[in-house]
Design a protein. Structure first.
Length: 452
């Protein structure tokens, strides 16, 4: 099976993801990304190839980053070790110092025993599938292996965090003075940089989930456990709560009453604000097929077009890059603001969300009310032939009947898994009971017709 998944290489550290694999992957990356016009021009000018490497705080990140850095340096690449930083910080720094590429060691929202390797090309952009395939093929080919003075150096990127913080603060349209923010850092990569940046922006900050010990990342805290943040916001009488995941490429929020504000609502708030300020390219927002019907309705009411992609922030990014759109993201909290970032940035998103509260003088609940969230029920149907989900006549007829029954007040989505024999049935409706009724009825049809 290919080692690259939807977001780099990920797996159990010292399970499939070993130091040997990390070293070999780094050497292959140097072979593939060390080619091309810009890399050759750098070599011709007598300059060395450079790469930025960072990690989240999980304990396995130490040996994996060491292996990656060894692989790069042994290939003649000078490595700037940025230490523990968010994934979007790594992407920013690659562009900021004009490095040839970079590597982030993180498994994002996964539990501590897992880890991952994300590779970014020049400019801090994610790799297309074709380049990942070339890197994987190069793992079994010849390595560069220079000798003498041509081997790479590894040095500490001393001002990496400062550069990132200055960049974030420079993006803000408004100070955060007078607002009390609770930040949940998921015991992850944002534990230092996020509270610091919010304070520098003028907010009063209460911090939870910011004591990483290498083993507690995402453990009962962060964007996948919002009940902790909700309680903290209410207990402290704060104006808003911001939750990150382990590598801080996500942002979810909680209003003053402890109610969750998800990625769709955050995008709605930012899209309307950006349009009003003339910053929303072509008055368009990019979202995935899983975004709530309420987002589409709210955007239509404000004259904003929604471009829809397959699930995954990489597909959102591809559409944004193709057309130069300025805002896109996912319900899960991956929000991409392309004017300031090449990937989802949870700290950036949180700052701009709170800045909109400060700019308008409105509470987060008031801002979020721009969008009515339709109840959404998702049923995973396992043990079925996913390849037939879109072609089986009986299944498609059942989808059509449910769609007709819902009319303009709901929608139906059948989504085959990309990796498992599983079909996801998602239904939105005006009430949860109605959504559940149609979702379970469709799941029964899928189970009966496509059973293996």
């Amino acid at each position: 099976m290919p080692i690259f998944g939807t977001d780099g290489v990920r797996g159990l550290a010292n399970g499939p993801l070993t130091a040997d694999l990390a070293l070999s992957l780094a050497q292959a990356t140097a072979v593939v990304l060390g080619q091309g016009r810009s890399a050759e021009a750098r070599k011709a000018a007598g300059k060395r190839l450079t790469a930025v490497v960072a990690r989240d705080p999980r304990i396995s990140g130490h040996f994996l980053s060491a292996a990656v850095e060894a692989g790069l340096a042994s290939s003649g690449v000078d490595v700037y070790d940025a230490g523990t930083l968010p994934t979007p910080a790594t992407a920013f720094l690659i562009a900021d110092i004009d490095a040839d590429f970079g590597v982030m060691i993180s498994a994002s929202h996964n539990p501590a025993p897992d880890n991952g390797i994300k590779i970014f090309a020049r400019g801090g952009v994610k790799l297309p599938d074709l380049v990942e395939e070339r890197i994987e093929a190069a793992m079994s080919g010849p390595k560069l292996l220079p000798t003498g003075a041509d081997v790479g150096r590894i040095s500490r990127f001393a001002d990496a965090e400062d550069r990132y913080v200055v960049h974030l603060l420079g993006s803000l349209p408004h100070k955060l003075d007078g607002l009390h923010v609770v930040i949940d850092c998921a015991h992850g990569a944002a534990s230092g940089v996020s509270p610091e940046t919010f304070r520098d922006a003028g907010a009063r900050v209460t911090v939870i989930g910011a004591d990483p010990d290498g083993l507690n990342i995402n453990d009962g805290v962060g964007s996948t456990h919002l009940d902790v943040l909700s309680r903290a916001v209410v207990e402290h009488g704060a104006d808003v709560g911001i939750a990150h995941d382990g590598d801080a490429d996500r942002c979810l929020a909680v209003d003053a009453d402890g109610n969750v504000v998800d990625g769709d609502q955050i995008m709605a708030i930012l899209a309307v604000s950006m349009k009003a300020r003339g910053r929303l390219k072509d008055d368009t927002l990019v979202a995935t097929v899983m975004s709530n019907l309420g987002l589409h309705r709210a955007m239509a009411e404000h004259g904003i077009h929604v471009e829809t992609t397959a699930v995954g922030d990489r597909y959102v990014l591809e559409r944004m890059n193709e057309r130069g759109f300025s805002l896109g993201g996912e319900q899960s909290g991956h929000v991409i603001m392309s004017e300031f970032a090449t990937t989802g940035d949870g700290v950036l998103t949180g700052l701009h969300l709170v800045a909109e509260m400060a700019r308008t003088g409105k509470s987060l609940a008031e801002l979020a009310s721009i969008m009515t969230v339709y109840p959404q029920v998702l049923v995973n149907v396992k043990g079925v032939d996913r390849t037939l989900a879109r072609t089986d006549v009986v299944v498609q007829d059942a989808v059509a009947r449910a769609t007709a029954a819902l009319g303009m007040s709901g929608r139906v989505l059948l989504r085959p898994s990309g990796t498992e024999q599983l079909v996801r049935v998602m239904v939105e409706a005006a009430s949860e009971d109605e959504a559940r009724h149609h979702a379970e009825a469709l799941a029964d049809v899928v189970r009966e017709r496509l059973a293996l």
